[in-house]
Ligand binder design. Structure first.
Ligand code: Z5A
Length: 206
């Protein structure tokens, strides 16, 4: 099984993934945690390039770099572990590219990006995707930054608040289009409330 987590920065994905991994561990499930971009030696180097605030990267090149890191991660880590019957938990997967590069940057139509991503992953699609939804204002207050400010930690966070609004809207559209796979989780509650909402859904599929 492949489970992915999506959301704008600060949505609480990483916090929820830790909680989920603990629950799955208690059930004796074999899990692999991967984060995007990253997760292999090559993909981590691409991550450094993508998040480097000193680089000016063309939006289409950015999309290709995220995709290149993903192609390597799928071939090297995700597919082999999945084939052995383990549960792969992904902190972001191709929906991030649809939302950030498609919705946020407008590099291509979502339908083109979706087809391209299927080529990138060789047809690998998550079984269940949790879109942890919060407003950009909540995200900024949690991260203690203002999107678009130079003091924002990395190159992606330096995009302005309007960019993150577009990303959030793209996620909401995507969740509607793929309602069979993508589950919207209200991320504004306490960590335990969010955890319980995710578990309530996932238990139906384990
Ligand atoms: N990106 C892309 O553009 N295209 C792609 O294809 C891919 C990625 C794969 C990766 O950044 C960037 O790359 C990302 C998207 C882009 N950037 N942007 N902009 P990253 O890996 O460095 O970071 P991230 O994935 O965006 O996650 P994050 O910043 O680490 O945040 P998070 O995982 O969503 O949240 P968190 O770390 O769990 O929580 C954030 C804070 O909120 C923390 O202090 C928590 O204690 C707190 N928190 C968490 N839950 C709660 C609740 N429920 N209440 C209150 N406070 C909470």
């Amino acid at each position: 099984m492949i489970i992915s987590f999506e959301g704008i920065d600060g949505s609480g994905k990483s916090t929820q993934i830790k909680r989920l991994l603990t629950r799955l561990d208690l059930l004796g499930k074999e899990t692999l945690y991967v984060r995007e971009p990253g997760g292999t030696a090559m993909s981590e180097q691409v991550r450094d390039i993508l998040l480097d605030p000193s680089l000016d990267i063309h939006p289409f090149a950015e999309m290709l770099l995220f995709s290149a890191a993903r192609a390597q991660l799928v071939k090297e880590k995700i597919s082999p572990f999945h084939a052995r019957g383990g549960i792969v938990v992904c902190d972001r997967f191709f929906d991030s590219t649809i939302a950030y590069q498609g919705g946020g940057r407008g590099v291509a139509e979502p339908s083109w990006l979706e087809s391209f991503q299927l080529e990138v992953t060789g047809g690998v699609i998550p079984d269940r995707t949790y879109f942890v939804d919060i407003t950009t204002e909540t995200a900024e207050s949690r991260l203690n930054i203002r999107f678009g400010e130079e003091k924002a930690a990395d190159r992606m966070e330096q995009a302005g608040g309007a960019f993150f609004e577009r990303v959030r809207n793209a996620y909401l559209t995507l969740a509607e289009r793929h309602s069979e796979r993508v589950c919207i989780i209200d991320g504004s509650g306490t960590e335990s409330e969010v955890e319980n909402a995710i578990w309530e859904d996932l238990s139906l599929y384990l």
